[in-house]
Design a protein. Structure first.
Lengths: 226, 252
């Protein structure tokens, strides 16, 4: 079994399974976030439900582990890949041979990781360990997550634009990463052939657009519409 | 009929042997027929170099009809040059324009060390084949033809995989120097047929172990290998290899 896990395909399998787990998480995250568009009570209840639900409590450390494994293995795999070509080509033209996103998964991934750190500091950290302030919805006291979001995307001066920009660029990078991620994960698991490659690619692209556009709506909504 | 010719500039990688440090040399050639093949153009260059008492450019070639897999060359940033579904010997000078600078490099793969100039040592592929790219057959009398029935679709797909000539374009093109398309073709061509099916999982396991040991990279599923493969071998074979490997891992 250790031979299997340490083989090139074994490591790729770990990346694809952890990646698919993160793909599922993103959809849950987006669903909870879109309650923002229905106002403060709706979103605070959604955030409170996420923060107190026992299933979420169990999944939370698994999620952190999922991120950790996916990032760790991406680096392990990437270093081996770099080592496999000690002398680089003077000229490379892969414009027609592969997509830009597929060639730059590591850079997109590291960019998303940097964004993730900013994002965690902005919200998760404050709710968990800081003082987000409380609000009473339907007679129950809970963290005022809504104000936290509003404050960030409508903060004074150019700061609102900077934060909105960081988030939207982060979502675009995420969309590009997902454009290659979904089909690639199923290919690595072996659930693909000529026909299914097309199906996974289409599903992956639709998913990538839903995630990138869905999350981007939030800063755009608060910045320009609300 | 008017005979069209072009003048070209070449940037060719020259390296004395595996241990020496190589570098690009510049050459200029005039009146190259657009109907000549790329290798014929290098032959013209070599004639010229020999007449000037210089060392000719060493490069691999053999059949010159796209079937042996010997010719390599990374031309203007692409394996086998600017055309699809061909080997370098099938590339013609009509694909280049007058006055163009053509960059010619060897396969740059850690597991394929340079022998000299543009020649690389592809013994690593042989080692992967020795690890499992065969069918262990019991000896005996010649079996009757068609005594084992094979569905037409399986035979066709096995034949598509068997078209691999082991040229190394997939590894040369892959941003990770991964040999997955080569190994997948070899695993697929045998796994699809009843004679090879018996050892399919073990074969995948052993060939992948050898591939990893020899220092090839991991597959990122970019699909560049498939696009540059002179025989158009599909990524679907890599999915089959992954399946066989997974099954082998679950069994053990």
């Amino acid at each position: 079994m250790s031979n299997f896990i340490n083989s090139s395909i074994g490591k790729k399998l770990i990346m694809s399974i952890s990646g698919l787990f993160l793909i599922v998480f993103l959809l849950v995250h987006l669903t909870a976030n879109l309650f923002l568009l229905w106002g403060s009570d709706a979103f605070n209840m959604s955030a409170h439900f996420m923060g107190t639900n026992p299933i979420i409590k169990i999944v939370e450390p698994i999620l952190a582990l999922g991120f950790f494994i996916h990032i760790l293995y991406s680096l392990i795999v990437q270093f081996k890949n770099w080592k496999s070509r000690p002398v680089k080509y003077a000229k490379v033209n892969q414009r027609d041979a592969s997509t830009w996103a597929s060639r730059n998964m590591i850079w997109l991934g590291l960019f998303i990781f940097a964004f993730l750190i900013i994002h965690v500091i902005n919200f998760y950290w404050i709710i968990k360990f800081g003082d987000p302030g409380t609000v009473i919805v339907n007679g129950e006291e809970m963290e005022d997550a809504y104000t936290l979001v509003i404050d960030l995307f409508t903060s004074s001066g150019s700061l609102a634009y900077i934060y909105s920009g960081i988030y939207i660029i982060g979502f675009i990078a995420l969309g590009l990463h997902l454009h290659h991620a979904l089909w690639s994960a199923f290919q690595t698991i072996g659930w693909s052939n000529i026909k299914w490659r097309k199906i996974w690619t289409v599903i992956g692209d639709i998913y990538a657009i839903i995630i990138a556009v869905g999350f981007s709506i939030i800063p755009i909504y608060f910045l320009f519409i609300k | 009929m008017a005979h069209k010719t072009i003048n070209i500039k070449l940037r060719v990688w020259r390296q004395k042997d595996a241990k020496s440090k190589g570098g690009f040399e510049k050459y200029e050639l005039e009146n190259i027929s657009v109907d000549s093949s790329f290798l014929e153009m290098i032959d013209v260059l070599n004639e010229k170099l020999i007449s000037e008492n210089k060392e000719p450019v060493a490069y691999d070639h053999d059949c010159r009809e796209g079937i042996c897999g010997m010719c390599s060359l990374f031309i203007n940033g692409r394996a086998h040059g600017p055309d699809n579904l061909i080997t370098t010997c099938q590339l013609h000078m009509r694909k280049f324009s007058d006055g163009e600078t053509i960059t010619i490099e060897p396969w740059r793969v850690g597991s394929f060390p340079i022998i000299k100039d543009l020649m690389v040592d592809r013994t690593a592929y042989e080692k992967i084949m020795q690890a499992g790219g065969f069918v262990s057959v019991a000896t005996g009398g010649v079996p009757d033809a068609n005594s084992i029935l094979i569905p037409k679709d399986d035979a066709e797909e096995a034949m598509d995989a068997a078209a691999c000539i082991g040229c190394g374009a997939c590894v040369a093109t892959c941003k990770n120097s991964s040999a997955m398309l080569f190994v997948a073709a070899k695993v697929s061509q045998l796994a699809l047929l009843p004679q090879g099916k018996i050892e399919a999982s073990r074969r995948a396991k052993n060939m992948i172990a050898k591939m990893d040991e020899l220092g090839f990279g991991n597959c990122s599923n970019t699909g560049a290998c498939e696009m540059e493969c002179p025989k158009g071998i599909s990524l679907a074979h890599i999915a089959r290899l992954n399946r066989e490997f997974l099954v082998a891992g679950l069994k053990a």
